[in-house]
Design a protein around this ligand. Structure first.
Ligand SMILES: *[C@@H]1O[C@H](CO)[C@@H](O)[C@H](O)[C@H]1NC(C)=O
Ligand SMILES: *[C@@H]1O[C@H](CO)[C@@H](O)[C@H](O)[C@H]1NC(C)=O
Ligand SMILES: *[C@@H]1O[C@H](CO)[C@@H](O)[C@H](O)[C@H]1NC(C)=O
Length: 521
């Protein structure tokens, strides 16, 4: 990130040579220094819950800062008092002939004791500064504040929301004040990620904020020159040459003597004369979906699915006469019949959910998938063992609902999604000798917007509902992987998404889910 910002500033300087470069470099290197100091390994952006804790952290840091200033002010007042006193004494003695005065043994004694005691008091008081102590506190606390990677990660989360839900900066900032500097930073990150269209829109937004400034205080790092030059390069890199030319012209209007900009404009125009005449429209985000996953996330559920879903049913289940369920039968809903995807309602209580979250919070750590991190999955997770009775109870309920053995199942896997938190299409099985035969996916929160579990091959999108769970077999009865059960978690647009997974394995289920030799089951 340090390189990102300084590089950008240098790039801009190269062809627009704006005047207050020095101030900007100072600000940027200030930001960069803070970032280097705080390059911690924890990634806050990958858990909404941790982001929420930052609010407290910020309040705490403000309190320390305020206390520090209060104490320093008091200290300074004491010092001013001493200065006043010493000045008065010194002046009153200056008025006399000093040689005469010092020949008086009593006056000489007074001077000696004053020099000794009062000045030592003064020196002692200046030592009382808590500046160093404050530094120590701040430096230990700065480790808890977001790191470099958090800023980039949070920005990538915004980009994935924009890409999947087709959102312009104005749509995504709705209801939040987002200033020109913030938008400029987001634009920079997009630019570095080669997301030139998104970068362009963030710079455009930043320019709008710059031209219609809010009354809010701002350091104001970004200038019109910087934005115009970035708008022009982003448009050029996206392939929209006429737009690049337009912004380069505007840049030249600001400083008609700038030779670098003149030269750039000339080379763009030459290029325009020699190149093809089709240019993509950078102002309009494409509304085409790359795949069914994204379409389902946006709520484009196929017609056939809607028709078929009407035929699906709801019923009470006692798990085939399980004594634990006879008095409290499960509310079972068939979300899809072939392959079977079942939803259980009210499978876990709010209180149990809160306990599971409380157990998980201190243990959450970034989830890795085999295909790498950042771009496919943004969440933090933890496996909970059976030390807590609630975990035991939930595992038992999964066993009762599914009729499967939990002997070889994995520990309960609790997950909290982060900014733009998602998990791209994947299979739960396919890693192991002893495969994950089935998945029991418990929703521990409602999600206001986004965050559905989607099955692109089947064409089903399931919205999280707190306290409910969905269940499916990853393997067919013959032991082959059921390719129809590829699934994904859509990005969370608004909300805090918590889930708990129970991954149930093959071994131990021989008498519970009889296998089949048929190729089709
Ligand atoms: C100055 O501070 C030292 C150590 O903190 C202390 O021993 C000494 O008495 C102080 N002197 C005065 C004049 O306050
Ligand atoms: C050039 O930019 C101005 C201001 O952003 C805009 O109003 C105008 O439509 C643009 N022209 C073209 C050809 O893009
Ligand atoms: C969970 O933790 C919070 C905060 O520490 C506490 O107030 C709450 O009572 C806990 N809930 C349960 C069910 O233990």
């Amino acid at each position: 990130m340090y390189r990102l910002l300084t590089n950008c500033a240098v790039t801009v300087d190269m062809f627009c040579g704006f005047k207050n470069m020095k101030v900007i470099m100072q600000l940027l290197s200030f930001v960069a220094c803070v970032w280097i100091v705080s390059a911690a390994e924890n990634e806050i952006f990958s858990s909404t819950d941790q982001v929420m804790q930052l609010v407290e952290e910020e309040r705490y840091l403000l309190k320390i800062f305020r206390n520090y200033i209060t104490i320093e002010e008091k200290n300074l007042n004491v010092l001013k008092g001493i200065l006043e006193l010493l000045t008065q004494r010194s002046n009153s003695e200056d008025s006399e002939d000093s040689e005469e005065a010092m020949s008086n043994p009593v006056a000489a004694f007074k001077l000696i004791q004053r020099m000794r005691i009062e000045w030592v008091t003064m020196v002692n008081s200046t030592k009382k500064s808590i500046y160093e102590e404050f530094q120590v506190i701040l430096h230990s606390d700065i480790l808890k504040i977001p790191s470099n990677e958090d800023i980039a990660g949070a920005a990538l989360g915004l980009f994935s929301l924009q890409e999947i839900y087709k959102l312009y900066p104005d749509d995504i900032v709705k209801g939040t004040f987002f200033g020109e500097d913030e938008a400029y930073l987001v634009g920079n990150i997009a630019y570095k990620q080669d997301k030139f269209q998104l970068a362009f829109h963030w710079f455009l937004y930043s320019l709008k904020m710059l031209n219609h400034p809010d009354s809010r205080p701002s350091i104001r790092v970004v200038t019109k020159e910087i934005l115009l030059s970035y708008l022009s390069t982003s448009a050029y890199k996206f392939g929209s040459l006429p737009v690049a030319i337009n912004y380069t012209k505007q840049l030249l209007n600001l400083d008609p003597t700038n030779d670098k900009v003149k030269h750039l404009l000339k080379s763009y125009k030459t290029l325009q004369q020699t190149s093809i005449s089709y240019y993509p429209n950078i102002f309009k985000l494409s509304t085409k979906s790359h795949n069914t996953y994204e379409a389902l996330c946006r709520g484009n559920v196929p017609q056939k699915t809607i028709r078929r879903q009407r035929a699906l049913s709801c019923r009470y289940s006692t798990g085939g006469g399980n004594p634990r369920l006879i008095l409290a039968p499960l509310k079972e809903e068939v979300e899809w019949n072939e392959p079977r995807i079942i939803r259980y309602h009210d499978i876990i209580s709010d209180n149990e959910i809160e306990i599971l979250k409380n157990l998980s919070r201190p243990l959450l750590s970034r989830t890795m998938t085999k295909s790498g991190i950042l771009n496919t999955l943004v969440s933090q997770s933890v496996f909970l063992d059976e030390d807590n009775t609630v975990v035991v109870r939930v595992n038992q309920r999964v066993a009762d609902a599914t009729g499967l053995s939990m002997e070889t199942a994995e520990e309960l896997h609790v997950q909290n999604y982060g900014i733009g938190g998602r998990h791209e299409p994947h299979y739960d099985a396919g890693f192991d000798e002893n495969e994950r035969i089935a998945t029991f996916h418990i929703y521990m929160s409602d999600v206001k917007i986004g965050g559905a579990t989607v099955f692109p091959t089947v064409g089903v999108a399931l919205q999280p509902k707190k306290g409910s769970a969905v269940f499916w077999y990853n393997l067919k009865k013959n032991g082959d992987m059921d390719l129809r059960l590829k699934h994904a978690e859509c990005p969370v647009l608004v909300g805090n998404k918590w889930v708990a997974n129970k991954f149930i394995h093959e071994s131990g289920q021989e008498f519970r889910r009889p296998c089949s030799l048929s190729k089709w089951e």
